[in-house]
Design a protein around this ligand. Structure first.
Ligand code: SF4
Ligand code: SF4
Length: 351
């Protein structure tokens, strides 16, 4: 489990267990959920449409054997059902704002009954933007419910009438892979529900989503030119585990994602000029666009690498990188190439 999330989760559980620290524990829970949700936002805003129905771990055991769209649907359907049917007993967000139509979902259940290709088919039908809007609304509504809880609410239990009520909603499939959920939820008190659908369940599925997205990026990079437009080597990049290269639809490099359209200005500029990379541009030395902006501490190192590619070609460049990585343990190229592109070029030429 992610160390940061795991520690927050542990501390939250300790804090909510005592009356004196209960409110602090709820505060910690809301922080944890915020941090987890940021991961979902990052995926939804940067990954291409096809990423949401792909199943890169098909046949595997575990949450990562699903799709990104299914994972989001499943986390928030469970939360919506538990928060609104069980805890406050009002209407679920899915129905109160007609999200089912907006999302184009053929089901109202948690999705536990789906398997393999059924998950892929289901995911293909969903409008991911609307699904994200639904997830956000469910989170907001649950956060308000959690913030309003008192320590005395934690011991509240659920009886047979709740089992029947949940069965009557049709929100949990009668299929054996799903029907157990109702008994499971009803065996918990409010404290137990906080510890699972509202926290740990998120962590497990969002960690699985990370695995899915990282695998998709790795798959996208296969057979693609490993030289980035700006002059970096994707083969040697410390972000390669998470980025599918600026030459694919999985361009989720940390720099590109800070722009509203998720596109790196250097990649856009090269594409507009119809050139292979900044190393083919006459303005390279004086350029201050995109990654080469002077305030970026990696700008000069990137430029030095583009200058080297222009002089010696990509093959030689990749070999120099191999040698540099063998010789020095470094993460970012500026640690070796420094803050002056001409000096960086000299280091590359002498390596
Ligand atoms: S961040 Fe840039 S160099 Fe690194 S993998 Fe992505 S596109 Fe390649
Ligand atoms: S102007 Fe700058 S960003 Fe555009 S291709 Fe040339 S070096 Fe790259």
């Amino acid at each position: 489990m992610d160390k940061h999330w795991s520690e927050m989760n542990k501390e939250m559980q300790t804090l909510i267990a005592k009356k004196a620290t209960f409110k602090g524990g709820i505060g910690m829970l809301l922080e944890l959920r915020k941090s987890l949700f940021e991961q979902i936002t990052q995926i939804v805003t940067t990954f291409p449409e096809e990423a949401f129905w792909q199943m890169p771990f098909v046949g595997a055991e575990g949450y990562h054997s699903k799709t990104l769209a299914y994972s989001i649907w499943h986390i928030f359907r469970i939360e919506d059902i538990v928060a609104h049917e069980m805890i406050v007993e009002d209407q679920q967000v899915l129905f109160s704002r007609d999200f089912q139509t907006a999302i184009h979902s053929p089901i109202i259940t948690t999705g536990n009954e789906l398997a393999g290709e059924e998950i892929v088919d289901f995911s293909k039908q969903l409008d991911v933007r609307e699904l994200y809007r639904y997830a956000k609304e469910v989170m907001k509504s649950t956060d308000e419910i959690l913030a309003g809880l008192e320590y005395s609410d934690l011991k509240r239990k659920f009886g047979e009438d709740m089992v029947e009520k949940l069965q009557g909603t049709g929100c949990v499939s009668e299929h054996e892979s799903a029907s157990w959920l109702i008994g499971y939820w009803c065996s918990k008190n409010v404290l137990g529900l906080i510890k699972m659908p509202f926290s740990r369940h998120w962590i497990m599925h969002i960690e699985a989503m990370r695995r899915i997205k990282n695998r998709l990026c790795r798959q996208a990079r296969k057979g693609v030119d490993p030289i980035a437009y700006c002059g970096f080597s994707c083969n040697h990049c410390f972000l390669a585990e998470w980025c599918g290269s600026c030459r694919t639809a999985y361009n989720v490099c940390a720099f590109a994602t800070i722009f509203p359209d998720g596109k790196c200005p250097n990649a856009v500029c090269c594409q507009e000029k119809g050139i292979d990379g900044c190393y083919e541009c006459d303005n390279l030395e004086s350029c201050e666009a995109g990654f080469y902006i002077p305030s970026n501490d990696g700008a000069q190192a990137a430029k030095a690498q583009a200058m080297y590619i222009r002089k010696r070609g990509k093959k030689a460049f990749l070999k120099v990188h191999d040698r540099l990585h063998q010789k020095y343990g470094f993460v970012k190229t500026q640690e070796i190439l420094g803050q002056d592109c001409r000096e960086g070029l000299r280091i590359l030429e002498e390596s």
